[in-house]
Design a protein around this ligand. Structure first.
Ligand SMILES: Cc1cc2nc3c(=O)[nH]c(=O)nc-3n(C[C@H](O)[C@H](O)[C@H](O)COP(=O)(O)OP(=O)(O)OC[C@H]3O[C@@H](n4cnc5c(N)ncnc54)[C@H](O)[C@@H]3O)c2cc1C
Ligand code: FES
Length: 260
């Protein structure tokens, strides 16, 4: 069951100069926020959340950062990858008004969650935040199923000038939301959690993963939570009790890496 299935890439799409989507044949059900382990033969195997969930095919959207994502970036229609999963617990998307916030590549994970809410006719607002407008993606896709898409850029090149977390605070002061769901840089998600007060909160967390099925302990968070098994989506109550949330993560050898 946990062996990769070799599958073919059926479509590719450039989203920005260094963000790309690969769609591949992979039938089955999964929830927004769940992830796959993507095997690039001879290079590495890395975790990736789904950015498209269809009955017969799935998609991932990623930024070229290192060896594995650079190798994936070069792939085209017809090339083969290994896929295992889906793994973990996705977002619990409920009726009521939800504010979704995606930061950076976290926009990929949030978009498929917004799409799920829209298909259920749940009410939602969405913020997508990036450093500058050249890094923006999925804005048009989101506009197809939600009226108002708020954009924030750190440099003010499009939409609200400032951090997505500041725009979140502004929207929370003006509107009543049942829940806030987010995926993006951990510092951003921690600031959003502090702004939430009584509003329900869920965030998708990234930690270094090896087995992805709860066995190796590589992805542990706080007091023995495994991001691959109990996560990657955690609620606000849980995250408030975890001192390392928004402060540091661990690399492949267990060394602490502080978030900047
Ligand atoms: C549940 C989950 C979902 C993710 N979804 C996405 C996504 O939708 N889009 C996207 O662009 N990225 C996503 N990532 C991050 C992605 O896995 C890393 O960007 C990727 O592993 C980088 O690999 P690399 O070899 O290109 O870069 P490297 O140079 O090896 O690493 C760059 C950084 O990526 C992280 N990383 C590397 N290997 C792993 C690993 N095995 N597990 C976790 N983190 C790793 C490390 O923090 C490292 O500092 C997700 C991570 C997790 C845990
Ligand atoms: S990656 Fe092995 S326990 Fe989570």
């Amino acid at each position: 069951m946990n062996k990769p299935t070799i599958t073919k890439i059926i479509k590719t799409q450039m989203e920005t100069k260094d963000i790309k989507t690969l769609k591949f044949y992979y039938p089955g059900k999964m929830s927004p926020g769940q992830f796959f382990m993507i095997w690039i033969p001879g290079v590495d195997e890395i975790p990736m959340s789904a950015s498209y969930i269809n009955k017969e095919d799935k998609g991932i959207t990623f930024k070229k950062v290192g060896a594995a994502t650079s190798a994936l970036f070069k792939m085209n229609k017809g090339d083969k990858i290994g896929v295992r999963g889906p793994y973990g617990n996705g977002f619990n998307i409920k009726r009521g008004k939800t504010l979704f916030i995606g930061g950076g590549t976290g926009i990929a994970t949030i978009t498929v969650a917004v799409e799920f809410a829209a298909n259920k006719k749940f009410s939602s607002d969405v913020i997508i935040g990036v450093k500058n407008k050249k890094e923006l993606f999925f804005e048009n896709r989101l506009k197809k199923f939600i009226n108002k898409v708020y954009v924030s850029t750190d440099d003010g090149s499009k939409g609200y000038k400032g951090f997505a977390s500041d725009l979140t605070k502004h929207l929370l002061s003006k509107n009543k939301y049942t829940s806030v769901l987010t995926c993006g840089p951990e510092i951003m998600m921690k600031q959003i959690l502090s702004a939430c007060k009584d509003t329900q909160f869920q965030a998708s967390i990234e930690r270094y993963m090896k087995c992805s099925v709860g066995l190796c302990g590589q992805c542990c968070l706080g007091n023995g939570l495994r991001v691959c098994k109990e996560g990657p989506v955690f609620d606000g109550k849980t995250l408030k009790k975890i001192p390392e949330f928004g402060v540091y993560k661990r690399d492949a050898s267990g060394r602490k890496i502080k978030f900047k």
